[in-house]
Structure formats: structure tokens, C-alpha cells
Design a protein around this ligand. Sequence first.
Ligand code: NAI
Ligand code: MG
Length: 362
Amino acid sequence: MVFRVPIRSMATAARQSLKIGMLPADGIGREVLPGAKAAILALGSSIPKTEFIDLLAGFEYFTKTGTALPDETVEILKNECDCALFGAVSSPSRKVTGYSSPIVALRKKMDLYANIRPVKSVSVNPEGKPGVDLVVIRENTECLYVKQETQTVGEHGKEARATRLITERASRRIGELAFKMALERPRKHLTVIHKSNVLSITDGLFRETVRAVPTLPGVDGKYDDVTVAEQLVDSAVYRLFREPEIYDVMVAPNLYGDILSDAAAALVGSLGLVPSVNAGDSFVMGEPVHGSAPDIAGQNIANPLAAIRSAAMMLRHIGYGDGANRIERAVDSVLREGKILTPDLGGKSKTSEVVDEVTKRI
Ligand code: NAI
Ligand code: MG
């Protein structure tokens, strides 16, 4: 399975070395990121000499130090790293004073405006549905994730409000990426997801701006082969479960994109399979779609394949397509064979056994 990211070619003149920032953060993030590292190392001399720079972030780090994302981590990412891999963070559901999710902050600080999440059926998995081959492109910097919430007390008690920001700029650049991505895929079909029957101003702006991409100056018919559909987010989830094969590229504002991609992951049988990259014009950070999975953390049973695939997507994005292909082929062959699988896919293998099996085949 090849996950292409046509956001912008970050392939530069041949690098002497490759510096990858590693942010395992919390929970199974720490168990799956070593697998991604092992897969990259297994590529040997086919990529430049690689240096992994361990960086601090996460909720546990916050509980020890009072900060979830030290400035130093951001500085090193910006000034020293060619790309990065993030594990997962355990953000509590209750409000914790002073805490804010480091991954949400990183996406904004590094202007990683697109979260690209390919989801594809895996034949080995009896839990999964066949025929899923889609990419969710999630706007990554705004929507409700601007996290401007207030609480006041009104006539009927507490009143909580959240600001939802949708801008033309962010909608246009995610729309441009979505069209580019659709054009590169065989089916060339794009579905714009929104809820503009209710949120006619915010989602209305997203919808109009994305749909207007083919009419932008300089586009000159480039997207004539892309068919465009649109769908309200609730019915999109319904149809995703009933007839997932109708979807190819789905583009959505931040929150809908997050929900849709977990739903799509359920269709293929496990969140542990679904990779992503957070991509901007000058940096890329691979990140499995799943969270820190406290229910299975510390047991060496987390599926490392989403993290390994995220590493491959990251490498492809910075110009190492051959290395990415080798990693993806190795993952596909382990899945096809179906012998060494973690429990989420019905197997009995440990995280480390799956990693060993994949790296052996790279
Ligand atoms: P989750 O994605 O961590 O887990 C959902 C379910 O999927 C769990 O049953 C888990 O065991 C399973 N799962 C996830 N990844 C797996 C893997 N690699 N292998 C096997 N099974 C896997 O979502 P949940 O439970 O809602 O959130 C847990 C924590 O993660 C929360 O604190 C949440 O804030 C955080 N989170 C962080 C994200 C990130 O770092 N980007 C994304 C989503 C959630
Ligand atoms: Mg999510």
C-alpha cells in the first residue's frame, strides 16, 4: 500500500544525514515509536545516516514539570530536525489547569496544516470490511481546536462556550491539497465534508472555499478530472459504514476529520493500522492516528504498524519514496501472511515480535 503525500516536494538536494525528532510522549506512544525507529534503521544505507533526537513532551512530562511541551522541544524540531515522529499523548478528559495538548500545540506552532490519514482494508482481518481505500484529509490548525472556551454563569446556571474558527486561508490550502491528492489517485474523487445546513457561516465558508479551488487563478483546468461530491458529516459516517467503497479522498474541518478517521479505522478493523502525517510546507511529522491507549499500555501488545506506516509516510514526504515503499511492502506482507499479529487483529503476538517480523522483511 503506497501512501502518497503531494503537499509539496520536500525532497531537497541529497542530504548527508537525516535528523529525526522522536516524541514518544505517553502510553503506547512509547511502545510503538521504537518499532518505527527499528523500521527506519532497517533501511540501512539506502537512506542517509540517520540520527534520532529524543524529545520531551506529553501529559506525564507535564505532571512532573508543569509543562507539556517544553520550548526546547519546539526549538530543536524547528532548528535541527528534518522531520519528526510523534507517538501519542494522554490528554485527560477533565480540565487540568495549565495543561494543553502538546500535539495540538505542535501542529499549530509548526504550521502543520494538514493531517493526512489513509485508511485501507486489510485482507487478513475478519473484523474489517473489504473495499475501503480512502484518505481523510483533516484541516489541522483551526475549527474548535483553537481552544477558545469560556464559562460564565447565567440565569440558568453555568454556560460554556467555544469559538469555532474557520478561515478562508486555511480552508483554501487544505482544499488545494485535497484536490492535488485526489488528482494523484486512480479514482480522482473528492468528497467535501461539512455541516453547512446548520453551521451555514463556518462550515459554509469551508465548503465554498474548498469547492472553489478549481476556479482559483492559475489552476487552469488542472482539476478537470477530479469529480467532486459533498456530504453532511453525519450522513457521511452512515454511508462510510454502509458503502465505504464510494469514498476516495475526504476533506473535512478539524473535528469532523478526527471523528471520520477513527470511524474509518474501525472499518478496517483496528486503529493500530492507521497512520498519518501532519504536514506543512516546510516540515512533516508522522503520527499514528490512535491515542495512548491506557487500556493496553505497558503490556507489549499495542499494534506497532500504524507507527511504522507513519514513519514510511514521513520518509516519502521528504523524498525517500524507495525506503517508504520497502517499509510499506514489509508491513503488507506481514499482514497478508497473517501469522504474526497483535491481539487487535486477532493474533497473539507481542508488539516487539511484530516489529522484528517487519524489520526482517525490509
Ligand atoms: P485510543 O486511540 O488511545 O484507543 C482507542 C481504542 O483503540 C482502545 O481500546 C485501544 O486499546 C485501541 N487501540 C488504539 N491504538 C491501538 C494500537 N496501536 N494497537 C491496539 N489497539 C489500539 O483512544 P482513547 O482511548 O479514546 O484515548 C486514550 C488517550 O489517548 C486519551 O487521553 C486521549 O486524549 C488520547 N489521544 C491522543 C491522541 C494523540 O496523541 N494524537 C489521539 C487520540 C486520543
Ligand atoms: Mg483522534
